[in-house]
Design a protein around this ligand. Structure first.
Ligand code: MLT
Length: 260
């Protein structure tokens, strides 16, 4: 596996793609998407355009759908939800489809939507992402941070580093064998520096500060909790993510000699 990290959708190449592309928006879109699926949402549909979201969601009866809209950290008027993962309770999500549009996170997912495999990662589901990568061994992996309106975001980069470091540790692969670009080395270094203090890093992040001004401290705490959810959002068709279910392993037949 070779990992390339791109700090923003804008920095992600338009030509070519990777075998596996991973979008990260720790604060908060991919944390919210992972939580919604973990709480029993049937699927999450991502949009950059709110009008399109409203139009598509209205094709379903109200009891089968929820709309989540965020701009600048705040909830979009007319949506049932903003972008707080803490609102994605099993009571609300179970059996529903979530239609979501956010400032940057949904754009990151759209940027990579043509890749053969598209995953959504956050600190909370890092372990599930790593498990998938180790099981499927894609040759090239792109990790795309949502950033903030075209700029670098600390929280997305540290999560990229957390994924690569864990793959290296779990497989015993030297980091230099996993390097796809310089940004990947920077991401791993950032993670190594902050791994025991992720919440503090989110306090330093400009979007972390924005969310604190919006009284979202509990969101920051939740989103900084590494490996807390065993759920992997995976794209099944363009713009639609569902919970990944690993294929059942074939049960080995009992050998005749050993059976009585
Ligand atoms: C985004 O897409 O920029 C974020 O998820 C913003 C937020 O924290 O709601």
């Amino acid at each position: 596996m070779k990992f390339s990290v791109f700090h923003t959708p804008e920095l992600t190449p338009v030509q070519n793609s990777a075998d596996c592309a991973i979008a990260i928006d720790v604060l908060r879109a991919t944390s919210t998407i992972a939580t919604a699926l973990n709480s029993g949402a049937d699927a999450v549909h991502v949009f950059s355009d709110m009008d399109k979201l409203v139009h598509e969601s209205e094709l379903l009866p109200p009891e089968k759908r929820l709309r989540a809209g965020e701009r600048g950290g705040s909830k979009v008027a007319g949506c049932e939800l903003g972008n707080s993962p803490l609102d994605c309770t099993p009571e609300l999500m179970s059996g529903k489809r979530l239609f979501i549009s956010t400032t940057n996170g949904t754009r990151a997912l759209q940027k990579i939507q043509a890749s053969p495999t598209v995953l959504a990662a956050a600190l909370i589901n890092r372990h599930a992402v790593v498990e998938y990568l180790i099981e499927h061994q894609p040759e090239t992996v792109w990790i795309v941070g949502a950033g903030w309106e075209g700029s670098f975001a600390l929280e997305d980069t540290v999560c990229a580093g957390a994924i690569v470091q864990s793959v290296a540790d779990r497989t015993g692969t030297p980091l230099e064998d996993l390097v796809g670009n310089d940004e990947m080395v920077g991401a791993v270094s950032l993670y190594q520096q902050w791994q025991d203090n992720l919440l503090s890093l989110l306090y330093h992040a400009s979007h972390g500060k924005r969310l604190l001004r919006l009284n979202c401290l509990e969101d920051l705490k939740y989103c900084s909790t590494l490996d807390s959810l065993n759920v992997l959002p995976i794209q099944t068709e363009i713009g639609t993510l569902v919970k990944y279910v690993p294929a059942a392993r074939p049960v080995p037949e009992l050998s005749k000699a050993g059976s009585r």
